[in-house]
Ligand binder design. Structure first.
Ligand SMILES: [Zn+2]
Length: 171
C-alpha cells in the first residue's frame, strides 16, 4: 500500500501512539489503514453417511478437492456465509450444524471456520467455481488431492468426532 485509499496521500509505516504494531499510516490525513486476518468460512455437508466435496475450477489449487468455503462477507453471520458458499460452489441447500474447526492460517493471514452441515434434500451440482461436486464415503476421500490443510484437518476431525465440539489448530 503506497497511497491512502481515503485521500490519495503518501502512506508511511509507523507505530501509532498507544499501538505496538507497525501500521500503514497516511502522512496527509493521518488515517491508520489496519490490515488484519480475513475470515474464511465453510462447511462439510453430510448426506447418508457421505461427505460432499467440490473439485476447484479456480486457482489457487485448481483441480484439487475442497469443502465449500470462502471469504465471509460484510453483514453476514458465519452460518449464513457457510450456507451461501455451499449454494454457490455446490448448488446445494444445507442445514448448518455445530462448529467443527477453527484454524489459524498464519502464512495467508486467514482464519478458517468450518461447520458440520447436512444436505437438506440430497441435491447438488457444480457451481461456477467447481469442476465437479460429489459425495465421498469416508473410505473414498481423496486425501492426496485435498486443496487445503484446513480442509484435511476438518475432514479428519469430522470423521473422528461427527457430533462433538470445536477443534482448533494452526498452520
Ligand atoms: Zn489519507
Amino acid at each position: 500500500m503506497n497511497y491512502c485509499s481515503d485521500c490519495g496521500g503518501p502512506i508511511v509505516l509507523e507505530v501509532p501512539g498507544g499501538d505496538s504494531f507497525q501500521r500503514h499510516v497516511c502522512s496527509a490525513c493521518g488515517i491508520i489503514h489496519y490490515k488484519n486476518p480475513l475470515v474464511v468460512v465453510g462447511c462439510v455437508p453430510e448426506w447418508q453417511g457421505k461427505l460432499l466435496l467440490c473439485k476447484r475450477a479456480i486457482e489457487p489449487r485448481m483441480g484439487y478437492w475442497t469443502a465449500p468455503a470462502g471469504f465471509l462477507e460484510l453483514d453476514e453471520t458465519l452460518e449464513e456465509g457457510a450456507a451461501r458458499e455451499t449454494a454457490e460452489e455446490a448448488c446445494a441447500r444445507v442445514e448448518i450444524g455445530s462448529m467443527l474447526a477453527a484454524v489459524s492460517v498464519r502464512h495467508t493471514n486467514q482464519v478458517h471456520i468450518m461447520y458440520r452441515a447436512r444436505l437438506l434434500d440430497g441435491k447438488f451440482a457444480a457451481g461456477a467455481e467447481s469442476l465437479e461436486v460429489r459425495l465421498f464415503s469416508p473410505e473414498e476421500i481423496p486425501w492426496q488431492d485435498i486443496a487445503f490443510r484446513s480442509v484435511t484437518f476438518s475432514l479428519q476431525t469430522l470423521l473422528a468426532d461427527p457430533q462433538g465440539g470445536v477443534h482448533t489448530t494452526s498452520f
